[in-house]
Design a protein around this ligand. Structure first.
Ligand SMILES: *Cc1c(COP(=O)(O)O)cnc(C)c1O
Length: 388
């Protein structure tokens, strides 16, 4: 008999993860395990499958491009990369884009760009927020303001300092003559679905303008329609100088990107930064199809509507089940704050056919695909109700 995926994993894959189910298939908001059991997927591959699992338009774009030109080095133009950059520029900041393959790499690109921009003035320090999450490479793990991700990996990268999220005075106090940029999430995702306050966001913009430093947002989780706008910062009526994206950008295919405002568009010159796979034709075909689908199917509007429906339903459940302390989030990035440990509830929900992610010790995170329907929201609420 062939060994199971679990057996092979335990023998050959480094145990940096401890997976639960074995998933074999996905379609829309559903996934199936190896026993044929169906789950309502309200985690969407951790905010990746915003257009749902295996959206036909994304699948078709990948199939077609895979047979035409899968990879092309960045020493040559490809037809799709500049088209994707134009689209991201139009829905973002109007400047240029750098392509890579993950969220951590997208943040790394912002760090390097900020350092290059500030180098003549001797500025290099980046202020990030406590309780943030920016990735697992040495620099992004250092930028991540949570010691649990850093323990055992010291010494950390020099040049990062931390401030309190939603506390402008704390950011002010962290700024020194060496500060070059501030990096922040519009809604802290791994940190427990904590939205920035409008005052904090407006204050950050004014502060960075006053100090002549760059304001960056990490849109890796909040981006690509998750919050009901293309990017999380657009809920706040402010514009950063640059932002990173990855997760949902290509509907499940790996890609990352850093986008900047026009003033920073030409900071990187040939030789300054690079990625072998970044913006390759296959990833860009998947991303173009994903963004087109979000527009065609009005998924930003659906995220707002379904987000309100789910939040409402969760608040009603909170009135009935004392273990839900509060509900928070924007669009379809929603957290139920519990006054009991979240892990056992996550496990119970899974048993009953609903996937979500416990984050922090006490928060259930829901980031369903943006194609989710009112009937599926109700189904999820029903599973929650009888599980609780
Ligand atoms: C997931 C995530 C990252 C890291 O992305 P990877 O693709 O895993 O490197 C960075 N920032 C935020 C906000 C994230 O949610």
């Amino acid at each position: 008999m062939n060994p199971s995926p679990k057996e092979l994993f335990s023998r050959y894959v480094m145990p940096s993860y401890a997976p639960g189910l074995t998933l074999v298939r996905g379609a829309g908001v559903s996934v199936w395990d190896d026993a044929g059991k169906e789950y309502l997927d309200f985690m969407a591959g951790i905010a990746v499958c915003n257009t749902g699992h295996c959206h036909p338009a994304v699948v078709e774009a990948i199939r077609k491009q895979a047979g035409v030109l899968m990879h092309c080095s960045n020493l040559f133009y490809n037809e799709l990369q500049p088209r994707l950059a134009k689209k991201i520029s139009e829905i973002g900041l109007g400047g240029k884009v750098f392509f890579c393959n993950s969220g951590a790499e997208a943040n790394e690109a912002l760090f390097k760009l900020a350092r290059k921009w500030g180098s003549a003035a001797g500025k290099y320090e980046i202020v990030t927020m406590k309780n943030s999450f920016h990735g697992r490479t040495l620099a992004t793990m250092t930028a991540t303001g949570q010691t649990k991700y850093q323990k055992g990996f010291e010494p950390l990268m020099p040049g990062f300092v931390y401030a309190e999220f939603n506390n402008l005075d704390s950011v002010k106090a962290a700024i020194t003559p060496a500060t070059v940029a501030v990096l922040c999430e519009a809604v802290q995702g791994e940190g427990g679905i904590v939205p920035a306050t409008p005052e904090f966001m407006a204050g950050l913009r004014a502060l960075c303008d006053e100090k002549k430093i760059l304001l960056f947002f990490d849109e890796v989780q909040t981006g690509i329609g998750r919050t009901g706008q293309w990017f999380g910062f657009q809920n706040y009526g402010i514009r950063p100088d640059g932002f990173s994206m990855a997760k949902a950008l290509a509907g499940g295919f790996p890609i990352g990107a850093a986008a900047v405002a026009p003033a920073l568009s030409d900071v990187f010159q040939p030789g300054n930064h690079a990625s072998t796979f970044g913006g390759n034709p296959l990833a860009c075909a998947a991303a173009l199809a994903t963004l087109e689908t979000i527009e065609k199917e009005s998924l930003l509007e659906n995220a707002v509507k379904m987000g309100a429906l789910f939040t409402d339903g969760l608040r009603k459940l909170a009135a009935k089940h004392a273990c839900i302390a509060s509900v928070r989030g924007i669009g379809l990035m929603i957290g139920a704050v519990l006054n009991v440990p979240a892990k056992p509830i996550e496990a119970k929900l899974r048993e009953n056919g609903l996937l979500c992610i416990a984050t922090g010790d006490h928060v259930l995170r829901f980031v369903p695909p943006l194609v989710v329907s009112a009937a599926q929201i109700q189904q999820a609420l029903d599973i929650l109700d009888h599980s609780l």
